[in-house]
Design a protein around this ligand. Structure first.
Ligand SMILES: Nc1ncnc2c1ncn2[C@@H]1O[C@H](COP(=O)(O)OP(=O)(O)O)[C@@H](O)[C@H]1O
Ligand SMILES: [Mg+2]
Length: 223
């Protein structure tokens, strides 16, 4: 198996007045193709920071992040953005859908940004929304969808480019139990059918139970 994300000796620290805070401390992680990982840890322990480092959104203080065999430190910001768009999908606690755009237009957006023509993008988005049971919601605005539906649209948008890895930061943190289960089951199903790896940051033990690997972040390292 090949690794999609690989980090070695990762450190992230910031200065707070005279104090140095080490959030991530010499951390190593390899995310293999198609595997599912839960990253657990107490609030404020650095889970979001770690996910942003793995996704090339933030830069580490030191250490290496390698995405699909490319070391981020060898790239400029434009190249990192491109590498991220080609390989990764992101889902957050809040859906971040564009509020004036319908579900289908939100899902199409990453393809249009990639330069794919509108008709093909529309077809792909239709197929994706149908596959997740939202065929009756194509033309609804985010404000016309339930919380769970919005999060499912956000997942569809993250996966429309067929990323090799989906990075999710507390994706069910804002949902009630039933919607949380639906969203989680959807991510697991897509992880299996699209052969994409799945890294979920969460403090929900029930999510962790369904992942192949569970890592607990504590004092900047996996305990
Ligand atoms: N650049 C920064 N400046 C100040 N505080 C930061 C900075 N980066 C991270 N932090 C702090 O680091 C800690 C970890 O944050 P975060 O990664 O969001 O934790 P989690 O997602 O596990 O709740 C928090 O206490 C946060 O306030
Ligand atoms: Mg967080």
């Amino acid at each position: 198996m090949s690794s999609i994300i690989h980090c070695r000796g990762l450190n992230y620290r910031y200065e707070d007045g005279s104090q140095q805070n080490q959030i991530i401390n010499n951390l190593n992680l390899e995310v293999q193709a198609q595997e599912s990982i839960a990253i657990l840890g107490q609030s404020g322990c650095g889970k979001s920071t770690l996910l942003n480092l793995l996704g090339g959104i933030d830069r580490p203080s030191s250490g290496q992040v390698i995405i699909n065999n490319t070391d981020l430190s060898t790239l400029n910001e434009t190249q990192i953005t491109q590498l991220r768009a080609d390989n990764l999908g992101f889902v957050y606690q809040f859906h971040h859908l564009l509020k004036d755009f319908s579900a289908i237009n939100n899902v199409m957006m990453p393809l249009l940004i990639q330069g794919i023509d509108k008709k093909s993008a529309q077809q792909a988005a239709t197929k994706m929304l149908t596959s997740i049971g939202l065929e009756h919601r194509y033309n609804h605005l985010p404000s016309e969808l339930s919380g769970g539906e919005r999060q499912r649209v956000a997942i569809a948008r993250a996966l429309i480019t067929q990323p090799k890895c989906l990075l999710a930061d507390e994706p069910t943190g804002n949902l009630d139990r039933q919607n949380a289960d639906e969203v989680l089951n959807l991510m697991i199903k897509l992880n299996q059918t699209h052969n994409s790896a799945l890294v979920i940051v969460t403090h929900d033990e029930r999510i962790a139970e369904k992942m192949q690997r569970v890592l607990v972040l504590e004092n900047g390292q996996f305990s």
